[in-house]
Design a binder for this molecule. Structure first.
Ligand code: MG
Length: 388
């Protein structure tokens, strides 16, 4: 009999930041006793530090796989779901049955309405760890298990230009252009003044070849988003991301029908059903699944559904130590409809110390980590910081 899952453990890790995510706190933005504050622009809560949740799965013969999920707020929630509920149902299973186990765990809570949120975040971490294990048992990179590895490098776009003035944002983007990057995304809530002039300034500073996208952070009405995109489009806009509220599928469809640039969405989704609801309405042209929310199994379902509709995948990259990012790069390397991957400059380099493996991002390209499974594992420094 092949090895079985023997142990499932969840951990959190907290990492101090020099500057908070999306740039320094602005007037009225105050951290509470738990280290949380609300951004006045997108009204979203962030912590003043980085935090993540990891899962370690060990088999009866001692093989180990690692998973990770989104843990920046209330990390105890997915940890409790993993330790109390999911883990005991995974013990005894064959680690090569990742998709089957995912389906079984999803089914356990679906009629209660737990088809998203923390339940699926916890499931994503378990799913990634099982896929990592499967690759390690097979002695193959995850991309090979997902159908084949098309490439070991993936173009990266620089995400966020968190500087207080337009001039500083252009200079910051140029500093990355000097390092070999030629694709950028600016966050609309960070801007003061005319959004069209912002794109014009970036275009002037970065030249005609640069790809320039905008993340609209779900802040606009459909009509307002169309007007804003109309102001930006003349300066060459790669895509406009998250123009309207996440729940506003009608609004997203309206924007996609009227705007002259591709509309991107999907970082908050956890299943193909959320993708399907937008794709079937022609409300989105670029899908941005976040591996930390979807896990490998749902990420690939979303990617294949997009592929069947001739749509592109440009995966999201959020705050983590690099485990789910490695999974995202492995999955992206297996896809023909994924031309770019997001690159979080404020997180990636600083957190490389938390993983072992050859995952890198330089000169505008990610290097997909080699070796079996995800190709990365928590470093000794990360292991010291894990809290159960
Ligand atoms: Mg975004």
């Amino acid at each position: 009999m092949s090895a079985r899952v023997a142990k499932v453990e969840a951990f959190s890790i907290t990492i101090p930041r020099e500057e908070v995510y999306l740039g320094a706190l602005r007037p009225g933005e105050v951290a509470n006793a738990r280290g949380y504050f609300v951004r006045s622009g997108n009204r979203t809560v962030y912590p003043v530090y980085d935090r993540s949740v990891l899962v370690r799965i060990e088999t009866t013969d001692g093989a180990v796989g690692w998973g990770e999920t989104y843990g920046i707020v209330a990390p105890g929630a997915p940890m409790a779901i993993i330790e109390d509920l999911l883990g005991p149902f995974v013990v005894g299973r064959d680690p090569l049955d990742a998709v089957v186990i995912h389906e079984d765990l999803y089914d356990m809570m679906r009629v209660r309405g737990y088809t998203g949120g923390y339940y699926l975040d916890a499931l994503a971490a378990v799913d990634i760890a099982l896929w990592d294990l499967a690759g390690r048992i097979a002695g193959l990179p995850l991309a090979k298990l997902l159908g084949g590895q098309r490439r070991n490098e993936i173009p990266a776009y620089v995400s966020g230009l968190p500087k207080p003035t337009r001039e500083a944002r252009v200079d910051f983007a140029r500093s990355w252009k000097d390092k070999g990057f030629d694709a950028f995304k600016v966050a609309a809530p960070m801007l003061v003044g005319d959004i069209g002039e912002e794109i014009a300034a970036l275009r002037a500073g970065l030249g005609p070849s640069a790809r320039i996208a905008v993340d609209m952070h779900w802040e606009y009405s459909a009509a307002g988003a169309v007007r804003a995109i109309d102001a930006m489009a003349p300066h060459g806009l790669w895509f406009a991301e998250a123009p309207v509220a996440p729940e506003d599928v009608d609004g997203l469809a309206t924007v996609a029908a009227k705007a002259r640039v591709p509309i991107a969405a999907g970082e908050e989704w956890r299943t193909v059903f959320e993708a399907r609801a937008r794709i079937d309405r022609q409300a989105v042209t670029i899908l941005q699944p976040e591996m930390g929310h979807t896990g490998v199994t749902e990420f690939m379902r979303i990617a294949r559904y997009a592929e069947a509709h001739h749509l592109e995948i440009i995966p999201h990259a959020t705050i983590g130590i690099g485990i789910f990012l490695a999974a995202s790069l492995q999955a992206t390397a297996a896809l023909r409809n994924a031309p770019f991957h997001e690159f979080q400059h404020s997180i990636f380099g600083a957190n490389l110390r938390f993983i072992d493996g050859d995952m890198r991002c330089a000169a505008g390209r990610y290097h997909v980590p080699g070796g079996p499974g995800l190709g990365v594992a928590p470093s000794a420094e990360a292991l010291r910081l894990l809290k159960s």
